[in-house]
Design a protein around this ligand. Structure first.
Ligand code: BGC
Length: 385
């Protein structure tokens, strides 16, 4: 509102000035002087996404593209097959073609510094999408979710599934007395988010590990030990199989839960647990497994009592924020940040817009995902979008 009336004021002031100065040249015919002279129809925004193997990035890409096109911009959406040189090349080309803004979800957040330098030299605003672009001052804005909260919610969901916390996420009165065994998985170390997820989860889990409520029989409790390079499902599945062989098979230790940071990894982990005869669903003894992204296949498993939880991040809203930020820059304005402290990328603290996250369980997926039209009940039943 304020912006609009200021713009109008600017336009009429220009008109008055134009009239009194009797200048030709159309002074005042311009709507405000926001900085962007070109119309959206004449502008292209490059959208670089990491991979098509994760459902979320397909959804993100489609939503960003749609949002930009609704405002009249041309969008060039590219996926990089999780290959760093491919993503570098795609962005190089976007810069060579003089695109007007870039929205980038990186594979390795630190691998694009020369592209970011080139974008800055060409005056192309860069919006870091979901994953922080690191080691460069040339990042204009960051849109993401509250990534620390993602990890905290994953840990709370795990504790709830194990019976340590009750349905209000307070200490359960009838909590199990014996020590519960868990194993921990982390994401890809070149993705800045992986550390936020891990730190958030450990913030909640550490006290329970320290007081003996939880044990990690493998002893693998550092992010480096738990990491999953490039977030690959097979890597997580293999690590789970190895952990079962080395720490559970032929021993008395029973596995009660697994902290998993993303749904595809969760499904790989569940495959390993099921093949090792650890139960088909939670009721028949399958360990409690967490997740992230509310991918349809995992939501379906949650509805069936197999995967215990996931974290929903409404990517429709993230896409909107990215589109709004691009639109602001292209109109010569600054997008509005709601966090100017948390995301230091090693060269600068990047003004950020953080969105909230929600824990999904068997008891609330309908309310949060179906009633908000994120999925239909049929999709949940079939496990397909
Ligand atoms: C995203 C997660 C996603 C993971 C793997 C992270 O950067 O925030 O939503 O599950 O990458 O693609």
């Amino acid at each position: 509102m304020q912006n609009r009336s200021m713009k109008m004021l600017g336009a009429s002031a220009a008109l008055v000035l134009g009239l009194t100065a009797c200048s030709g040249g159309g002074a005042g015919s311009d709507e405000g002087d926001g900085g962007g002279d070109a119309a959206p129809e004449d502008m292209t925004v490059g959208v670089a996404m990491p991979t098509q193997t994760y459902e979320r990035w397909l959804n993100d890409g489609a939503s960003v593209e749609e949002g930009l096109e609704e405002l009249g911009y041309t969008a060039d959406l590219q996926f990089a097959d999780d290959d760093i040189p491919t993503q570098q090349q795609q962005i190089d080309q976007m810069i060579t073609q003089e695109y007007d803004a870039l929205i980038i979800a990186s594979i390795d957040g630190s691998a694009l510094t020369s592209q970011l330098d080139a974008a800055a030299a060409a005056d192309i605003p860069v919006i870091s999408y979901d994953r922080l672009l690191t080691n460069s001052e040339n990042v204009d804005f960051y849109v993401t979710f509250d990534n620390f909260a993602v990890g905290q919610e994953q840990a709370r969901a795990l504790l709830y599934g194990l019976g340590v916390l009750d349905e209000n996420f307070e200490e359960a009165e009838d909590a199990p007395e014996e020590t519960l065994n868990v194993e921990l998985f982390a994401g890809s170390l070149d993705d800045n988010n992986a550390r936020f997820f891990w730190d958030g989860a450990m913030d909640i889990l550490e006290p329970y590990i320290e007081d003996g409520t939880l044990a990690v029989p493998s002893g693998q409790t550092t992010i480096e030990q738990a990491a999953t390079q490039r977030w690959e499902q097979e890597t997580a599945q293999e690590r789970m199989e190895n952990l079962i062989t080395s720490d559970y098979r032929g021993s008395d230790a029973e596995l009660d839960g697994v902290l998993s940071p993303a749904d595809p990894l969760s499904r790989g982990i569940i495959n390993a647990l099921r093949s090792a005869g650890m139960g088909d669903d939670i009721e028949s003894g399958l360990p409690i497994v967490t997740g992230q992204d509310a991918e349809i296949a995992s939501v379906s498993l949650i509805a069936e009592g197999v995967q215990h939880s996931t974290i929903f991040k409404d990517t429709r809203n993230l896409a909107d924020e990215a589109v709004n930020a691009a639109d602001a820059f292209l109109n010569g304005e600054e997008p509005e940040a709601n966090d100017t402290e948390s995301y230091d990328n090693g060269s600068a603290v990047i003004p950020s817009y953080l969105l909230p996250v929600e824990m999904i369980l068997e008891e609330n997926y309908e309310e949060i995902l179906v009633e908000s039209d994120f999925y239909t009940e049929e999709q949940v039943e079939s496990g397909q979008q």
